[in-house]
Ligand binder design. Structure first.
Ligand code: GBH
Length: 486
C-alpha cells in the first residue's frame, strides 16, 4: 500500500459519524467547585506539583466547567456529528458512592448535554477516563475486587440521570494505560509501580467492572432508551522488524491490547491463551505459588464475553518489534513476561510527543487485524490525533489527519465496519504528565487568558471542510479567517 502517493479527493462513505474527543480532568477545571472532591489526579498533582513537566495541573485546565457554551459553539463551527467527553466521578458522587448525589455536578452535565442536543450534536460519554476518586484509591483502587460493585453503582447513577438523552456510552478509556501505566509503572496516577502484579489485578477487576456496567445498561435501560455501550482501548500497531520477529510482534499485541479485547470480543473469552501460558510459566520459574495473572472464574468469563456493542479504538502510532531480550526490565514485570524489544524508526515523521510518529499504514494494518481477529466488529475510532508545541499553522497535524483518514478508508473499502471517527482533541488540554507542553487541539487554548480563549487552528478549518464535503484531499489551502457556523 502506498496510501500517501494518492492524490485528488476521495469520498467518505455516508453514515460515518465525525466527532472530536476530550476528557473531564483534562479540560473541566473546577476541581473543588460546588461539592466536587479529590480524584487521583487532583491528589497527585497537589501533593507533588512537579510530577508534571511544567509543574502545572488540571485545577483550572480549560475552565470548561464554566466555558461549556463556547465548547459547544466550537462543535457547531466544525460541524461535528458527535462529541465524546468523560464524566468526573467525584463531581457526581463526592463520597465515591451513591449515598449522596451532587446536584451541581448533575446540573453541569445536563447543561452541556442539553446545549449539544439543541444543535443536533450527539453526546458520547465515557464513564471513566482516569480520574478515580482518591478515597477509592486509598482502598486499593482497581486492585480491590470490590471496585466491580463501586463502578457498577456509579454507572447506574449516570444512566439514571443522563440515559434519556445519551445514546453512546463508553465504560472505560484505555485499560492498558490505567493498569500498566498507573499500577505497573510511574507514568500515570497513582504511580503505584508494583510491577508484574498490580497491573494484572487491575486488568481483571477493570474488565469485570466494565462488564457489570454493560449488563446494567442492557438489563435496566436499553429497552427504554435504546443506546449502545462499549469499551475503548488504545492500540498501537506492532510491525515485526524481520520475518523472524512476527511471533513476538503477535505476542506483543496480545499483551498490549489482546489482554483487554480477547476477553470481550473473542469466541472463547478470557485472557489470550498465550498470555496466560507465558505468565504462568514465568511465575512458576520465579517460585511463585500461582500465576501472577489472576484467573477469571467461569462465571466471570461468561459475564465479560460479548460485553460490548462496539469496539472503541484509540489509535495514534506504530512500533517496530524484534526478538532481542532486553535486560533493562525488572523481574518480575510486564515487559519481562512479554519479552522482545520495541522501538520507533528515525525515519518516521515525529510529533511533539516522544512516543508519537506518523505511520498511517499501521492504522490500516491494525484495522485489518482487528477485523480478522474478532469477526469484523463495529469499530468506533474514539481518538486519533497529533501533537505539536502550539501555534495556529499546524500543517503537520493536517497531514497526519488526512493520511490516517486515507488509511481508514482503505480498511473500510476492504470491509472494516467503522461507524465513527473522533479527533483527539477538540482543543488543547492538560496532557497528563506532560502538563500543557504538548498540544493536541484543533483549537489552540490560551492558558494566560482568564477565559482560556480558544482559537481555531488551520487543522480546524480543514477538519470542518472534510466533514462538510465528506471527502479528503491532500491539497488543502484554507483561509484561516472567519470561522462560521453553517
Ligand atoms: C490518549 O492515550 C489518552 O486517552 C488521552 O487522554 C491523551 O490526551 C491522548 O492519548 C494523547 O496523549 O509517555 O512514553 O510512557 C493514547 C495512548 C499510550 C499515549 C501511552 C501515550 C505513553 C508513552 N497513550 N503513551 S510514554
Amino acid at each position: 500500500k502506498t496510501i500517501q502517493d494518492r492524490h485528488g479527493p476521495r469520498k467518505i462513505p455516508d453514515g460515518l459519524m465525525f466527532g472530536a474527543a476530550t476528557a473531564s480532568y483534562q479540560i473541566e477545571g473546577g476541581w473543588d467547585a460546588d461539592g466536587k472532591t479529590e480524584n487521583i489526579w487532583d491528589y497527585m498533582t497537589h501533593k507533588n506539583p512537579c510530577v508534571t513537566d511544567d509543574c502545572l495541573n488540571g485545577d483550572i485546565a480549560n475552565d470548561s466547567y464554566n466555558q461549556y457554551k463556547r465548547d459547544v459553539e466550537m462543535m457547531r463551527e466544525l460541524g461535528l456529528d458527535f462529541y465524546r467527553f468523560s464524566l468526573s466521578w467525584t463531581r457526581i458522587l463526592p463520597s465515591s458512592f451513591p449515598d449522596k448525589i451532587n446536584e451541581a455536578g448533575i446540573q453541569y452535565y445536563n447543561n452541556l448535554i442539553d446545549e449539544m442536543l439543541r444543535y443536533n450534536i450527539e453526546p458520547m460519554i465515557t464513564l471513566y477516563h482516569w480520574d478515580l476518586p482518591q478515597k477509592l484509591q486509598e482502598m486499593g483502587g482497581w486492585t480491590n475486587p470490590h471496585i466491580v460493585n463501586w463502578f457498577a453503582d456509579y454507572a447506574r447513577v449516570v444512566f439514571e440521570h443522563f440515559g434519556d438523552r445519551v445514546k453512546y456510552w463508553i465504560t472505560m478509556n484505555e485499560p492498558r494505560e490505567i493498569c500498566y501505566q498507573g499500577y505497573g509503572d510511574v507514568t500515570k496516577a497513582p504511580k503505584l509501580n508494583i510491577k508484574g502484579f498490580a497491573e494484572y489485578l487491575c486488568a481483571k477487576n477493570l474488565l469485570v467492572a466494565h462488564a457489570n456496567a454493560y449488563h446494567i445498561y442492557n438489563n435496566e435501560f436499553k429497552a427504554k432508551f435504546g443506546g449502545v455501550i462499549g469499551i475503548t482501548v488504545s492500540a498501537h500497531w506492532y510491525e515485526p522488524e524481520t520475518e523472524n520477529d512476527s511471533e513476538i510482534a503477535d505476542q506483543t499485541m496480545q499483551f498490549e491490547w489482546g489482554q483487554y479485547l480477547h476477553p470481550i470480543f473473542s469466541e472463547s473469552g478470557d485472557f489470550p491463551v498465550s498470555m496466560k501460558e507465558k505468565i504462568a510459566t514465568k511465575s512458576a520459574a520465579q517460585s511463585f505459588a500461582r500465576s501472577r495473572l489472576p484467573e477469571f472464574t467461569a462465571d466471570e468469563v461468561a459475564l465479560v464475553k460479548g460485553s460490548s456493542d462496539f469496539l472503541g479504538l484509540n489509535h495514534y502510532t506504530t512500533y517496530l518489534v524484534n526478538n532481542k531480550t532486553s535486560d533493562i526490565n525488572s523481574v518480575p514485570s510486564y515487559y519481562d513476561d512479554l519479552g522482545g524489544t520495541r522501538y520507533q524508526s528515525e525515519d518516521w515523521k515525529a510529533a511533539a510527543s516522544i512516543w508519537l510518529k506518523e505511520v498511517p499504514s499501521g492504522f490500516y494494518n491494525l484495522l485489518t487485524r482487528l477485523r480478522n481477529l474478532y469477526n469484523n466488529p463495529t469499530i468506533m475510532i474514539t481518538e486519533n490525533g497529533f501533537s505539536t508545541r502550539g501555534g495556529l499553522e499546524d500543517d503537520d497535524r493536517i497531514d497526519y489527519y488526512v493520511s490516517y483518514l486515507d488509511a481508514m478508508l482503505d480498511a473500510i473499502d476492504e470491509g472494516s465496519n467503522i461507524a465513527a471517527y473522533a479527533a483527539w482533541s477538540l482543543m488543547d488540554n492538560f496532557e497528563w504528565m506532560r502538563g500543557y507542553t504538548e498540544r493536541f487541539g484543533l483549537y489552540e487554548v490560551d492558558y494566560k487568558s482568564p477565559q482560556r480563549t480558544r482559537t481555531p487552528r488551520k487543522s480546524a478549518y480543514v477538519y470542518k471542510q472534510i466533514i462538510r464535503a465528506r471527502e479528503i484531499d491532500y491539497h488543502y489551502k484554507p483561509q484561516m479567517t472567519g470561522m462560521t457556523i453553517d
